[in-house]
Design a protein around this ligand. Structure first.
Ligand SMILES: Cc1cc2nc3c(=O)[nH]c(=O)nc-3n(C[C@H](O)[C@H](O)[C@H](O)COP(=O)(O)OP(=O)(O)OC[C@H]3O[C@@H](n4cnc5c(N)ncnc54)[C@H](O)[C@@H]3O)c2cc1C
Ligand code: SF4
Length: 486
């Protein structure tokens, strides 16, 4: 145990963020660089090394949290990094972006603020990269078997890295022009700078993973062609079909899916565009959807110079304390103030959009909404509460309905879908088609990066067993797992 009295003598401190007025002028990560290192060892010392570490179960990867807290407390960063990588291929992604269900399950959290697990995680991995401890781990010998991974989000990357290290020859096919999935073209730079992805890709290339960008399976290469060339296939194509809002005026210019708006802002940061063709500059912006994707639209609109930003949510505002039906150690639905919300804008709950209003040129100018109350689980409009808010840009961030079926991927492979429209799989992440596996949002539905990595690792074990009959690769989860988290 790190510090037997740490939890009694040290209070919780988290990474310091730059002042909101300063950070909205740039796209760099919102944190003060280097602010964690002076405090993090003491923070890791708050870990009680509980007999039953519930945080292990709260983390879908089963991260060995008390073990690396101990090493971080002792400032043995090399050993901490080794323990962290034992369960997580990409801690620099989760340490920045994970909502940290582990902290909701931390035993100290029962009656005190939880250990800052996510901050310890990111400190360990940043230190490891800085110290040169993250090096390529190519396999000692090749198996002679080949695997195609479709999609380069966190699920595809995790599966590819595990399978490459197990000795298989792995190619990742990505329809976008860069590797990374939603890490690259969904999540804004201010939440995670893309240099973190580039560095990992270099490590993976050095280990032997091949990457093919701008190749869409189903269109550019059909399923049969891929099956002929590879012994196994992992579908890690995400759940990229956005949920629409079919109300009058939806067709007006200026009403866009969040995933039409956010990738363009990312492309400006990559240097592909000088300005985004869909910009919030000088506009009243309304974001429909109160989740993470919506918050990313809010932060992006601030940085583009919006006149105002309003975020709408149909559900009531969540509470700030756990509900009795979401007791410790579950991951509760709580009111969250993200960095984007700290930067400004208004959040409106319990409202539903009735229609959009446009000008004679077909450009959106306003949004009409009505307050709702839930009756028998369904939102019912409250008469007399209709109102209009100005909007020259509206983004729809209401979630995703499943994996893309427009390119023929699902049909050509002949994989079955489950009742929610996701690719169905068994306990080994295998689909109904021999040699075809699925991982991440494509099988799970819209979820989190930590789940995508856990699924990629687990599917890799299924593939390895399929190819060789046995596997020494770890499988943190089964497809049906919901653990204590989301
Ligand atoms: C805006 C936004 C913000 C988010 N923020 C967070 C966050 O802060 N924290 C968090 O934990 N989660 C967040 N999420 C969720 C998280 O990003 C996803 O759960 C995760 O990326 C899913 O990983 P994946 O690998 O399954 O799929 P994806 O990341 O979606 O990657 C799938 C890839 O497959 C490619 N592809 C699809 N079809 C084909 C094909 N036929 N051929 C070749 N390539 C194909 C796609 O182009 C894409 O690159 C966010 C999601 C969004 C949309
Ligand atoms: S990956 Fe997420 S849940 Fe797991 S230890 Fe890190 S922050 Fe916690």
């Amino acid at each position: 145990m790190a510090d037997p009295k740490g939890f009694l003598t040290t209070g919780r401190e988290v990474a310091e963020t730059r002042p909101a007025a300063e950070r909205v002028k740039d796209w760099n990560e919102v944190y003060v660089r280097g602010s964690l290192l002076p405090i993090i060892s003491k923070q890791a010392g708050r870990c009680m090394d509980c007999g039953i570490p519930f945080c292990h179960n709260g983390c879908p990867l089963g991260n060995l949290i008390p073990e690396w807290n101990d090493y971080a407390y002792r400032e043995d960063w090399t050993a901490a990094s080794e323990r962290l990588h034992a369960t997580n291929n990409f801690p620099e992604f989760t340490g920045r972006l994970c909502p940290a269900p582990c902290e909701s399950a931390c035993v100290l959290g029962i009656n005190q603020p939880a250990v800052t697990i996510k901050n310890v995680e990111v400190s360990i991995i940043d230190k490891a990269w800085g110290n040169g401890d993250v090096t390529p781990q190519p396999p000692e010998r090749l198996s002679g078997r080949t695997v195609a991974v479709i999609g380069s989000g966190p699920a595809g990357l995790a599966a590819a890295q595990q399978l490459t290290r197990a000795g298989h020859t792995v190619a990742v096919f990505e329809r976008a022009d860069r590797i990374g999935g939603l890490l690259r073209y969904g999540i804004p730079e201010f939440k995670m700078e893309k240099s973190h992805i580039n560095r990992r890709i270099e490590q993976m290339r050095a280990e032997g993973t091949k990457f093919r960008t701008e190749v869409e399976i189903g269109r550019d290469i059909d399923a049969a062609g891929l099956r002929r060339r590879y012994d196994a296939v992992v579908i890690a194509a995400g759940a990229t079909v956005s949920r629409d809002l079919p109300v009058p005026g939806r067709e007006l210019n200026g009403v866009h899916f969040a995933m039409e708006y956010l990738p363009l802002a990312n492309k400006v940061q990559e240097g592909d565009l000088t300005v985004s063709p869909i910009s919030a500059e000088g506009k009243h912006v309304v974001v429909i959807g109160g989740g993470d994707t919506g918050a990313d639209c809010v932060g992006t609109a601030h940085r583009q110079g919006a006149l105002s930003v309003t975020q709408l949510e149909i559900m009531p505002r969540p509470g700030e304390e756990r509900n009795t039906n979401q007791p410790w150690p579950t991951f509760p639905m709580l009111y969250k103030v993200t960095s984007a919300h700290e930067e400004g804008g208004e959040r409106v709950y319990s409202v539903s959009t009735t229609h959009f209003e446009g000008d004679e040129d077909g450009n959106v100018q306003a949004l009409h909404l009505v307050e709702v109350e839930f009756k028998d689980g369904r939102p019912a409009p409250k008469p007399g509460t209709e109102r209009r808010i100005p909007a020259q840009l509206v983004t729809l961030a209401m979630g995703f309905t499943g994996t893309d079926r427009s390119n023929g991927l699902v049909q050509q492979f002949g994989v079955e879908l489950d009742e929610r429209g996701n690719v169905a799989r068994d306990a080994d992440f295998a689909t109904n088609v021999d040699g075809v596996f699925v991982a991440g949002d494509a099988g799970r539905g819209q979820s989190l990066i930590v789940w995508a990595i856990a699924e990629g690792r687990s599917a890799a074990r299924g593939v390895d067993r399929y190819l060789t009959g046995v596997s020494a690769l770890p499988a943190p989860i089964r497809p049906t797992d919901r653990a204590l988290a989301v």
